[in-house]
Write a protein that binds this ligand. Structure first.
Ligand code: ZN
Length: 430
C-alpha cells in the first residue's frame, strides 16, 4: 500500500514536470539556437545558402535557397506551436544570425537530427496552418527554393488540422530512419565484445545536431560537451577497466528518452551527462561547475530553471512531447529507484570531492531537479554542468585543453573510486 501511495505522489510529480516542460520559457534559447552549424562531413549534400522571411502576423512565408531541389515533409506540432520541415541531410551555409523571426514565426533553427536527415524547426507566435509548401526548381537566375507559406488560424482549427494529419506521422523522420536512434539504443558493435563483463559507463554529451544548447561568443554547448565527453572516454578507456559507451560521439541529435534507454539497455553501472550552463543576461553572472542529481522537487530556483531548459531539448529538435512515451510506469519503481538515488548521490559527493581540487566549482555545487535524462530507475545518474558559457572565465576554461584534461582526470578519478567500491560490495554479496 505504501508503495502505491508513493507511486501516486510520484506520478503527480511526473505529470507536474510534464506540465512545467510544455510551458517552459523559450526566451533563454531563442537567440542561441540560430547560429550556423559547424561544418559536418559534406560529401555531396545539397547546400542551403540563404533563408528569408516575408509577410506579417496573418500570413508569413519562409524561403530557403538551395543549390538543388530536395524532397521534404512539413507538419505542425502543438504545445508549443511549431512547424517542422524534414529534409534529407543539408549542408547549411546560412549567414550567421539567420534564425530570427517575423510575422507568425518567432524564431527558427536548423541542423542535423540524424545521419542523412536535417530538420528546420519554426517556433510560432500562435496557431497557424501550412497553407502551402513546395520546392521550386532553379529558374530565371534564381536558385532552387523551398517555400513554406503559413496562415494564422484559431486554436480549434489548428487542433483539427493536427488530427487530420494523423498522429503517427508526428515523429516521421526518426521513425523511418535507419538509424541514429536505433543504433544508439543498442551498444555499438565495436564495443560489444562477447564475454566483456566489465562495468559499463555511459557518457552523455548533451544536445547535438539541430539542438545547439546554450551559446556564447560563438561557442556552442553541444561542441564543448562533446569534446569533453570524448576526452573523458579516452581517459577511462586508457585504464581499460570499464566499457565506455557514448550516447553520441558526433554532432547528431539524440532524444532524451533514447539517452536513458542506452544506459538501461546496457545495464550501465553509471550514467554521466555532460552539459554547460548559461545564465540569462538579466540574471547577472555565475561561475563554476555544478553536479546535479534527480529529485522530484528542485533544490532551488536556479536548478529548476536549468532542468526546464535542459528538458526542452526534444521540443527544440521538433519532437512532440505528448507523443513521447514517458515511461511513467518505469520511473516509478520506487524501491529500485530509491537505492539508485542513494548511489547517484554518493557518486555526486565523490565527484565534488575530486573536482573541487582541480576545477572551479559553483558556490552551491550539489543540486537536484527533475532532469528527464536522469530518470533511469536502475542506473545511478548524474548531470554535470561543467561551467557557464555565459561567464568569461569559465568559457576560457571550457575551450582550453589543459583545463579539460585536468577536469577529465578528476572525473575519471571519481568514477574509479565509485565503481571500485560498488564492485567490491557487489562481489562480497555473492
Ligand atoms: Zn545542456
Amino acid at each position: 500500500m505504501a508503495s502505491r501511495a508513493n507511486q501516486r505522489v510520484l506520478l503527480g510529480c511526473a505529470l507536474l514536470c510534464a506540465a512545467v516542460l510544455t510551458c517552459a520559457d523559450s526566451s533563454r534559447l531563442s537567440a542561441a539556437e540560430s547560429q550556423p552549424q559547424p561544418a559536418v562531413a559534406t560529401m555531396n549534400f545539397p547546400v542551403a545558402s540563404a533563408a528569408r522571411l516575408a509577410g506579417d502576423a496573418k500570413q508569413t512565408r519562409f524561403i530557403l535557397d538551395l543549390d538543388q531541389t530536395v524532397t521534404f515533409r512539413a507538419f505542425t506540432l502543438a504545445d508549443p506551436y511549431r512547424v517542422v520541415v524534414d529534409v534529407p541531410q543539408i549542408n547549411f551555409q546560412l549567414p550567421s544570425g539567420t534564425g530570427g523571426g517575423r510575422g507568425l514565426i518567432k524564431a527558427f533553427r536548423y541542423g542535423l537530427v540524424m545521419p542523412g536527415g536535417s530538420r528546420i524547426v519554426f517556433d510560432l507566435a500562435g496557431p497557424a496552418k501550412i497553407a502551402n509548401s513546395y520546392v521550386l526548381e532553379a529558374a530565371n537566375s534564381q536558385p532552387a527554393r523551398l517555400v513554406l507559406e503559413l496562415e494564422e488560424v484559431d486554436r480549434t482549427t489548428f487542433a483539427q488540422s493536427l488530427s487530420r494529419d494523423g498522429r503517427p506521422e508526428l515523429r516521421p523522420a526518426i521513425a523511418d530512419a535507419p538509424p541514429a536512434t536505433v543504433s544508439a539504443a543498442a551498444p555499438e558493435p565495436a564495443q560489444q565484445k562477447p564475454g566483456d563483463e566489465r562495468a559499463v559507463v555511459v557518457i552523455d554529451p548533451g544536445h547535438g545536431g539541430i539542438d545547439n544548447g546554450t551559446q556564447s561568443s560563438g561557442e556552442s554547448e553541444k561542441n564543448l560537451v562533446l569534446a569533453f565527453g570524448l576526452a573523458l572516454r579516452d581517459r577511462l578507456e586508457k585504464n581499460g577497466k570499464y566499457r565506455v559507451v557514448m550516447t553520441r560521439d558526433d554532432d547528431t541529435f539524440i532524444p532524451l528518452n533514447d539517452r536513458v534507454k542506452i544506459a538501461r539497455n546496457l545495464k550501465a553501472a553509471l550514467f554521466v551527462s555532460i552539459h554547460a550552463d548559461a545564465l540569462p543576461r538579466a540574471e547577472g553572472d555565475a561561475q563554476g561547475a555544478t553536479i546535479y542529481t534527480l529529485s522530484d522537487k528542485a533544490s532551488d530556483a536556479e536548478a529548476e530553471r536549468l532542468a526546464d531548459a535542459e528538458n526542452r531539448a526534444d521540443a527544440i529538435a521538433g519532437f512532440n512531447l505528448a507523443e513521447e512515451p514517458t515511461d511513467v510506469a518505469d520511473i516509478l519503481i520506487d524501491l529500485t529507484q530509491r537505492e539508485t538515488r542513494t548511489f547517484s548521490n554518493r557518486f555526486a559527493r565523490l565527484l565534488m570531492g575530486e573536482m573541487k581540487s582541480t576545477v572551479r566549482m559553483h558556490k552551491h555545487p550539489l543540486k537536484s531537479a527533475g532532469f528527464r535524462v536522469l530518470k533511469a530507475p536502475d542506473v545511478p545518474s548524474v548531470l554535470v554542468e561543467i561551467g557557464y558559457v555565459s561567464n568569461k572565465g569559465d568559457l576560457e576554461h571550457l575551450v582550453s585543453e589543459g583545463w579539460r584534461s585536468r577536469a577529465v582526470s578528476s572525473m575519471a578519478q571519481a568514477i574509479d573510486g565509485f565503481l571500485a567500491k560498488r564492485m567490491a560490495t557487489a562481489g562480497s554479496a555473492n
